[in-house]
Design a protein around this ligand. Structure first.
Ligand code: ASP
Length: 327
């Protein structure tokens, strides 16, 4: 009996030593960051910007893998199922970790329980944008058009439960309008079609819209934050433009699968924190209209709270709007 417990203790020590060793040398190979949307969209852009600096801190490349589908839930499901060893992480957002549970009754992950939160990467104000030759130059006229011709107008979004889909669902319910909804694998490709004039409008995260608005290839009707964005000083807020009820913002954040060792989660969290303190990384995010989380909003504990409050916030809104996956 004694001998057996000594053996067990030795085995446990051995395991602990290997674990500690593995964490001590982490990361010893590239890390995959799953982006649950197509390349070129806001989630992808934020992932690449913070990922680049995190790679330098960690001494290993963070390789972005775009796993698009089902409003981002396909990629996040993949991340949940990955080995919890720190070599697969994901860039989620307000849709995948806030709205999705209300819209997918068979969602294969629980945003608040199946992940180790690493930290918030960026806040992303929401804008209503149209193709450049859309016959309205301000929010009031745009809503008038939606009211009169809604079903003829095509709205581009990144799939049911995505940020673009969710925030335009909110717009429909606030304005009591209905329009034709067109799903893409991300708002990168959706924006390409908006620039090409193949779709009429969309609601989306600021980060890939700023360069296009500045270049005049699309038009911004309003930004749904209390204040204007320093990166788009000429774009009025929804409050200024006559729709004060439409206030909504989104965010992107990094998650690891549940069970990823604490030390590894901390290393990733610290690397993200460092990225957000880096002057060049900040500059790139700010130029695109991203909002850099303040210190108290960073890290795993703050992100866990955010996820829980977002699920609680969106569930009644989306249930009331009567939308489910497939619609
Ligand atoms: N911004 C997108 C969304 O609507 C997704 C993306 O980042 O491509 O959720």
């Amino acid at each position: 009996m004694k001998r057996r417990s000594i053996l067990l203790a030795a085995a446990a020590l051995g395991l602990a030593a290997t674990g500690a060793h593995a964490q001590g040398t982490y990361p010893s190979r590239p890390i995959t960051m799953i982006v649950p949307f197509a390349a070129g969209g806001p989630t992808d852009v934020v992932a690449r910007i913070v990922g680049e600096h995190m790679s330098r801190t960690l001494g290993q490349q963070i390789v972005v893998e775009n796993v698009a589908g089902a409003g981002g839930t396909t990629g996040i499901t993949r991340a949940k199922q990955a080995a919890p060893d720190g070599y697969t992480i994901a860039m989620g957002h307000m849709g995948t970790h806030g709205a999705a549970p209300a819209l997918y009754p068979n969602l294969r992950y629980d945003p608040a329980k199946d992940f180790e939160p690493i930290g918030l990467a960026a806040g992303t104000p929401i804008l209503i944008v149209t193709r450049k030759d859309f016959p309205a130059d301000n929010l009031k006229d745009f809503i008038e058009k939606l009211k009169n011709e809604g079903p003829k107008l095509n709205e581009a979004h990144a799939g049911v439960g995505s940020v673009s889909h969710t925030t335009c669902t909110l717009l429909a319910s606030i304005t009591n309008t209905k329009f034709t909804r067109v799903a893409y694998r991300g708002t990168g490709p959706a924006l390409n079609d908006l620039v090409a004039g193949q779709v009429d409008f969309g609601c989306d995260q600021i980060v890939n819209l700023v360069p296009q608005i500045q270049a005049g290839t699309i038009k911004a009707m309003a930004i749904a934050t209390p204040e204007r964005s320093p990166s788009l000083p000429n774009v009025p807020t929804t409050k200024e433009a006559g729709l004060p009820e439409y206030q909504v913002s989104a965010w992107n954040a990094v998650f690891a699968p549940k069970g990823t060792p604490k030390e590894i989660v901390q290393k990733l969290s610290d690397a993200l924190d460092k990225a957000l303190d880096d002057e060049n990384t900040r500059k790139r995010l700010l130029e695109l209209g991203g909002v850099i989380p303040d210190k108290p909003e960073r890290g795993g504990a703050a992100l866990q709270k955010l996820v829980e409050s977002e699920v609680a916030r969106w569930t009644p809104v989306l249930k009331a709007a009567g939308v489910t996956a497939g619609q």
